[in-house]
Design a protein around this ligand. Structure first.
Ligand code: SF4
Length: 318
């Protein structure tokens, strides 16, 4: 996941890096925020918004946009950027798919994003729970579009992807998180090319499913390395790229090497568009699920326009 940046806790105040003005966000206080929070408690659902202490929580929850984190609140990995707790997770909640569906019904969400912790302890990595959640959502609220953000399903990727793709989410997201050179320190349990291959597999099984991936900037990556990641993503036919500023959750996590300016994010966004992504979101506060519904609608419109243009060209040439 890369919804993993944080509002600092009091314990890290002495070592806190001063954030530039463009990163600061207001504390969440709205009525809508409180209602979303209560709904999550009532339905016993975890969210990456809270677990990762996402800086956008005030804005998103006011609009009832939350990213549900299924399969518990404990991850079997310990990535250097991520605030989700690490350990041995508990049992899978059989009521979770129904509760996610109820959330979508109660909030009337047009687009929902579902993610999970890594569950290397489960034989299928948790893929069957993703399938059950998608099925419950389709049954309860068929018009809601579904975006999933999955782990890499290490050593069981093919079968996991096949099962999830057959359930037909609208968007399949898996984040590359950073450039390959930084994987050993930032994402040590994962392999860059395995993540790319996962996204390729999704398209191979069903080209109609949109694929999406994201990177965090500010971890020490070089500009040309980011461009190379974009090229790799395009080779894997990834439709949607997100880029946002990495924020250090606590002093125990990887440090911020650079606060990338809004102008630099804009420049990266322009390059990504020129490389052919259908949709690009690039700003300091971009997270993979930030404005996901509106971005999905734009991406769909972009694909429809592209297909219409190709059909018109084919017609003219016939
Ligand atoms: S950007 Fe994503 S993770 Fe952050 S609050 Fe919004 S929905 Fe939650």
């Amino acid at each position: 996941m890369n919804d993993l940046s944080s509002v600092p806790t009091p314990e890290d105040a002495p070592q806190r890096q001063r954030k530039p003005d463009w990163i600061r966000v207001k504390a969440p206080t709205s009525k809508g925020y409180g209602e979303t929070r209560q709904l999550m408690r009532d339905l016993k659902l975890n969210t990456v918004c809270e677990e990762a202490a996402c800086p956008n929580i005030g804005e998103c929850w006011t609009k009832k946009h939350a990213t549900v984190m299924i399969l518990g609140d404990t991850c079997t990995r310990a990535c250097a950027f991520c605030n989700v707790k690490t350990g041995m997770p508990g049992r899978v909640d059989p009521m979770e798919p129904q509760n996610v569906a109820e959330l979508a019904l109660k909030t009337g969400l047009e687009h929902i994003v579902i993610t999970s912790v890594d569950r290397d302890d489960l034989p299928d990595g948790g893929a069957s729970q993703f399938v059950k959640v998608i099925e419950a959502l389709r049954a309860a609220t068929p018009s809601t579009t579904i975006e999933i953000l999955t782990p890499d399903f290490r050593n069981k990727m093919e079968r996991a992807v096949e099962a999830i793709v057959m359930a037909r989410p609208d968007v399949y997201n898996h984040n590359l998180e950073t450039v390959p050179r930084l994987y050993p320190t930032i994402r040590p349990g994962a392999r860059y090319y395995a993540s790319l291959r996962l996204l390729e597999e999704v398209k191979r099984h069903d080209p109609s499913i949109f694929t999406k991936s994201g990177v965090m900037l500010g971890l020490g990556e070089e500009r040309l390395e980011v461009h190379q990641v974009m090229d790799d993503m395009r080779c894997a036919d990834i439709d949607f790229l997100t880029m946002g500023q990495y924020l250090r959750p606590t002093p125990k996590h990887a440090e911020v090497k650079e606060f990338v300016t809004p102008q630099a994010f804009k420049a990266y966004g322009a390059i990504a568009r020129a490389k052919g992504f259908l949709q690009v979101a690039s700003s300091p506060l971009t997270r993979s699920s930030y404005h996901a519904g509106a971005d999905f609608a734009e991406m769909k419109a972009a694909r429809d326009a592209k297909l219409a243009k190709a059909a018109a060209l084919a017609g003219a040439g016939a």
